[in-house]
Design a protein around this ligand. Structure first.
Ligand code: ATP
Ligand code: MG
Length: 472
């Protein structure tokens, strides 16, 4: 075989070949699996294309295994899927496609292997391996895909303008592959993307978001994010990011380019976590900066409150990207809101109560917050970065020490809002919140002890100031 497969994979491919022979049809492994095998990347998705009915071949293949895998199929698309061991195998008949302008759904007619390879998005995705007796295991590479893999190049098999206009999702895919594989996009292909950016409008948000997430999950996401920016696609799909770009100067004072700073932070965090939502937090941590930018005479540029404004933008951005509006969104929002807090603790004379307060506010997300905060330390000045990192380690150390002694992370004050309402006969109202917060603050600040009796006494005193007496 041209590609390096495990024994199990070879066994499974032999079965598929056998089934194809029974049906007197030709079949091939094609696309991503071939590409990834040659690159030595892990892959468990196999696409099989046959000159005939893919669903029939899937059934014939399934019958050769004991126990028989279940065949799930979509009659309309002519595709079928089986899972054998860890392999997800997708079967489809070779097809020829023609596109209409307003849709990325082509008209499909049966075609030859060559037709099928031509409709693939990039030459590195058009490689096929024969499973036929006359040339079993041979590579079929009509578009110099192997050369492109060696050159680390992304290029369309046919005219790039046509390719991207037919299915504009391919623009996102090109940039995603460039980011995932660290490939460059060939010049004409790149020009084709720039010519067609407006066509992205016919693609559903879910598909765009999928690709953006894959870019964010790549090893160095700035590669893809910068290409999105350079191509003009980012202006359309994510205008709030564009507002971060550029640095303004006044009276000889400038500020950093927050777009490139953000890309650096995303790259930094990518070295420490594969968590998509933490990476989203890095992407959005400064998103409130453009809206809060001010120039203060004699002082320079400020972005006061950008973490609060940024936090408010998170739900809107999640909704726009059709990302989940659940605890994942709340996690990102919280991290954006808190992202300055650990750094503000690197100043001298920080009390234990400030540390306790951060532990209380961050709760179980304190480690994620510290990961974000560390990634946020960027500067061209190495000395400065080192000083910040040293300070940052101090904060980490103190957080650990205070958590060790006070156990604040999952702590809740001993008197709850429900108790306050019951004791004073109050409906849910602002006063209840005020009393509750006063108790919490008194404990966090070390004014009173962290137990029920101390909290109860303190509550009575606070309530008196509001002219409240217990009802029983
Ligand atoms: P990954 O699995 O990492 O997303 P992939 O290249 O395998 O990458 P799939 O979506 O699994 O992508 O598609 C399998 C194959 O189908 C691709 O390798 C490519 O040949 C073809 N393909 C997928 N999407 C398109 C598209 N939009 N236009 C043309 N060909 C496509
Ligand atoms: Mg795939």
């Amino acid at each position: 075989m041209f590609i390096d497969c495990s024994e199990k994979e070879r066994f499974i491919f032999a079965k598929i070949a056998h089934a194809a022979a029974q049906l007197e049809t030709e079949c091939y492994i094609i696309g991503g699996f071939v590409r990834d095998k040659i690159l030595g990347r892990e892959t468990a998705d196999v696409d099989i294309v046959c000159l005939g009915d893919g669903i029939e071949l899937a059934h014939a293949t399934a019958r050769l295994f004991h126990p028989q895998p279940r065949v799930s199929f979509f009659k309309n698309f002519g595709t079928a899927h089986i899972k054998v061991d860890d392999l997800d195998i997708e079967f489809v008949g070779a097809r020829k496609e023609s596109y209409r302008y307003h849709s990325r759904k082509p008209e499909v007619t049966p075609g030859t292997l060559e037709d099928d390879q031509q409709r693939r998005d990039f030459t590195i995705n058009a490689l096929a391996i024969s499973l036929n007796p006359n040339n079993y295991g041979a590579l079929i590479d009509p578009f110099e895909g192997i050369q492109a893999l060696e050159a680390k190049m992304i290029r369309t098999p046919l005219d790039p303008d046509q390719t991207f206009s037919d299915d504009p999702l391919r623009m996102m895919r090109a940039i995603r592959f460039a980011s995932q594989l660290r490939f460059f996009i060939e010049e004409h292909t790149w020009q084709g993307i720039q010519n067609n950016i407006e066509r992205i409008h016919i693609i559903s948000q879910e598909r765009i978001t999928d690709e953006l997430n894959k870019i964010l999950l790549s090893k160095k996401p700035s590669v893809g994010l910068d290409l999105l920016y350079q191509s003009g696609l980012l202006h359309i799909i994510f205008p709030q990011m564009i507002d971060l770009a550029g640095a303004e100067y006044k009276d000889g004072m400038g500020h950093k380019d927050n777009f490139y700073h953000t890309l650096q932070v995303v790259d930094n965090i990518a070295e420490n976590t594969d968590d998509l939502w933490l990476r989203w937090a890095a992407l959005l941590h400064d998103i409130g900066k453009p809206a809060t930018k001010r120039f203060e005479e004699g002082h320079g540029w400020t972005f006061h409150g950008h973490e609060v404004v940024g936090g408010r933008m998170v739900p809107k951005i999640f909704a726009r990207f059709r990302l989940p509006m659940d605890h994942k969104m709340r996690f990102v929002k919280k991290l954006v809101e808190l992202h300055l807090r650990p750094i503000s603790l690197t100043k001298e004379n920080i009390t234990d109560s400030a540390i306790r307060r951060l532990l209380f506010d961050a709760g179980d997300d304190i480690d994620a917050l510290m990961t974000l905060c560390k990634a946020d330390i960027t500067s061209k000045n190495k000395q400065k970065v080192k000083r910040y990192l040293d300070n940052f380690e101090m904060v980490r150390y103190r957080l650990e020490a205070v958590e060790e002694s006070d156990r604040i992370r999952n702590w809740q004050p001993p008197v709850t809002g429900e108790m306050i309402m019951e004791i004073f006969g109050l409906p849910p109202c602002k006063q209840v919140g005020d009393i509750k917060n006063a108790i919490r603050d008194a404990i966090l600040d070390g004014e009173i002890e962290n137990n029920y009796d101390a909290a109860y006494d303190f509550m009575l005193k606070t309530a008196k100031a509001f002219n409240l007496e217990p009802v029983k």
